[in-house]
Design a binder for this molecule. Structure first.
Ligand code: MG
Length: 282
């Protein structure tokens, strides 16, 4: 396993890793400051395709985290980059918000309606969805138009234990009508990691994915050949590590301890808290 001190780039999950809802995880600011001090690259990844990069830059800045637009990758942008590499300037029928529409226009795509002979149906977290849009999308997909979705989450968690139906629920509606499922770009698929690594220009073996979920963040890191770091500040408890097929390379209580270990190792001291034995994550 690659020592922490050799990792040049950190891809960071947001909710459960950097913040919980609107509260910063204690030590997250110091962790980001340590990355900057040590000259490490970092990029925040989010599956939420209903909001723009600018919205995340605003939120992180408000929480005191140093970030520029080039350090945020949404599943919406990753989808636009994926299509741009395959069919630049394609005609897109979009199920998505104004923010997502702007993202696609910025990447040179033409947004068209059903009559505009779209090359692709792109499905995002569309909080402006109408029955007519769903119907048109089903017609197009049934006719064989390419079909791609930004991310697979069924629900978007809200503070107070509430949920908003998310892109995965819209995918399920369309599948019920047409029998078709889309190509999906966001976590836990590796395409969003590939888009982020292209942005940070770091090879996967020298990059780490840091997140709070075994079955998305850790599974995706392993699949894409990145070092995987689990933090226990969000969804996963230490006891969940027993028997998981998605074993992380490193486990820390939160990014605070990851930052401290990185600083220690970068000074040439020992003390990386590797994930040793079965379920003994520290
Ligand atoms: Mg998370």
């Amino acid at each position: 396993m690659r020592p922490l001190a050799e990792i040049r780039c950190f891809l960071l999950d947001l909710d459960g890793t950097v913040y919980l809802g609107d509260r910063l995880i204690p030590g997250a600011r110091e962790f980001i400051d340590a990355l900057r001090r040590l000259g490490r690259r970092y990029c925040f990844l989010t599956n939420n395709s209903s909001r723009s990069k600018a919205a995340y830059v605003d939120k992180l800045t408000r929480l005191g985290i140093a970030v520029e637009p080039g350090q945020v990758m949404t599943s919406g942008e990753a989808t636009a980059l994926y299509l741009k590499a395959r069919q630049p300037g394609a005609r897109i029928f979009l199920l998505g918000t104004e923010d997502l529409a702007r993202e696609f226009v910025q990447h040179g795509f033409a947004l068209v309606d059903k009559a505009g002979q779209p090359d692709w149906v792109v499905l995002g977290f569309d909080t402006t969805l109408t029955y007519q849009k769903l119907w048109d999308a089903c017609d197009l997909i049934r006719q064989g138009v390419g079909y791609i979705a930004t991310h697979p989450d069924f629900n978007c968690p809200l503070p107070g234990g509430r949920y908003m139906p998310d892109a995965g629920a819209i995918i399920a509606f369309i599948e019920a009508s047409t029998g078709h499922r889309p190509k999906v770009i966001g976590k836990p698929n590796a395409e969003i990691i590939e888009a982020a690594l292209a942005l940070t220009q770091t090879p996967p073996g020298y990059s780490a994915m840091v997140g709070d979920r075994l079955y998305t963040d850790v599974a995706m890191a392993r699949r894409a050949g990145l070092v995987s770091v689990l933090v226990l500040s969000g969804e996963t408890r230490a006891e969940d590590l027993a028997g998981t097929p998605d074993r992380p390379d490193y486990v820390f209580p939160s990014v605070r301890e990851l930052g401290l270990a990185l600083e220690r190792e970068s000074r040439g001291e020992q003390g990386g808290e590797k994930c040793a034995g079965n379920g003994s994550g520290k």
